[in-house]
Write a protein that binds this ligand. Sequence first.
Ligand SMILES: NC(=O)c1ccc[n+]([C@@H]2O[C@H](COP(=O)([O-])OP(=O)(O)OC[C@H]3O[C@@H](n4cnc5c(N)ncnc54)[C@H](O)[C@@H]3O)[C@@H](O)[C@H]2O)c1
Length: 235
Amino acid sequence: MFLSELMQKIVVFSGAGMSAESGIQTFRDHGGLWEHYRVEDVATPEAWKRDPELVTQFYNQRRKQIIETSPNEAHLLIQRLESRYDVTVITQNIDDLHERVGSQKVLHLHGNIRFSKSSGPNQEHTYYPIQGWELKAEDRCPEGYRLRPHVVWFGEQVPMLEAAATIIAQADQLIIIGTSLRVYPAAALIHEVSKHSAVYLIDPNANEMNLPFGVQAIKETAVGGMSLLYKQLTS
Ligand SMILES: NC(=O)c1ccc[n+]([C@@H]2O[C@H](COP(=O)([O-])OP(=O)(O)OC[C@H]3O[C@@H](n4cnc5c(N)ncnc54)[C@H](O)[C@@H]3O)[C@@H](O)[C@H]2O)c1
């Protein structure tokens, strides 16, 4: 029995690099998704107002790809830590790969592409599961407004920010994986961590990143880095 470990809180803060080895493109890396699209055309409230069809199609394609892909070994190892620790995942990802390996506590900072929400007023927090990959123009909320993807767009509030900050502040160990820490306000969350907490960053570009003092950089992919860290945390 590892009672002392069960009490310990591990928080995983994941970004696009977490899912790269599942075949989902990252955001800014060379060859990343946004080399092919302008953020303003597909990921802002203005884009939705201008051309909801284009935005819907863009996210339909992302959803299709996510459904067709599988979680990788790093998602699995994070889930396995639950047998020894109290683990919470805070993800910037809109994919559901953490849930698909059975992670119990997953907070999506930027939404979950497998859900939609109303584009009408005052219905920010009601989410509807999307069956399959396609959200259609005729899909409506009970009030008759068109459904949009449950994704936080650039320029929108991040409703889960405060909840995420509280969780990170209580972490005994923080594992940051596959994020360039350039998308705000999410990136600022790591500064909420207690000075008594161990902080790891797994990213192949870890050395080039401007890391706060005390962060242990593991210059590996998500799978390579989590394999090393899993051994360390469970030995
Ligand atoms: N899978 C998804 O849901 C998905 C995909 C693309 C972008 N997004 C969203 O776009 C925003 C982008 O910010 P971000 O910081 O998450 O992504 P980012 O693209 O800005 O940064 C990705 C980071 O992942 C690292 N990386 C690349 N390959 C990796 C690998 N195999 N293992 C580990 N790390 C690897 C890169 O070095 C980089 O630091 C976020 O909101 C993100 O969730 C989500």
